[in-house]
Design a protein around this ligand. Sequence first.
Ligand code: ATP
Length: 211
Amino acid sequence: MLRAIFGGTFDPIHQGHLTAAADLIKELGDVTVHLMPNAVPPHRPQPQANGQHRLAMIACAIEQYPQMRAESFELNQQGPSYTAKTLLAMRELYPDDTLAFVMGMDSLLSFDQWFEWQSILATAHLIVLPRPGYSLAEANSTINQLLQQRRVTHTTELNRYAHGRIYIANTTLTDVSSTAVRDALASGSDTEISAAVMAYIKRHQLYSSPL
Ligand code: ATP
């Protein structure tokens, strides 16, 4: 079976994450998608909501999706959440399954800056979600070369190889970011999150305006 590890900050999970994960399940079939919030993201400002809240919001959002899981692995580790290290540990946990790491197109464009990115490809496939505003046309020479060597265009090839292939998914384009969601919540506007996540945010008074 394929295990798709969808890592991110999820501060909070929004419809871009959720729609993409649901579409991915339709596209891949026999897959479990682990939505995994990081504890200490190495390359960006620290999250506004704590890890337990971010995990709980994922759990609220995915209630109706039996092939999705809220993954607590990185929240239970010490120090920065390096994907390369996480995937090596997942390999031990799931020795019989094929692993894929899921990322948006914006993340692929900077993938060659990630800590030990070669190790990521030696452990897992990459599945890339199209995202409005980001295109392969912007890829640098390292990413282009990686794609030339490793890109596959059929999902069946993810099961034929153990790791190291890159698949660009056909998931719906959804123009939303957690930053836009946090800004909207702080100003009291409607935003693209599920009703269950909105209820959680209200109950715990997250992301409210400091004013
Ligand atoms: P922020 O605005 O706080 O930077 P974000 O919306 O990019 O957050 P993250 O939790 O940081 O969300 O993203 C986790 C992963 O999901 C990343 O690989 C990111 O590229 C991808 N992703 C986020 N939003 C979308 C979207 N709308 N479409 C496709 N991929 C997305």
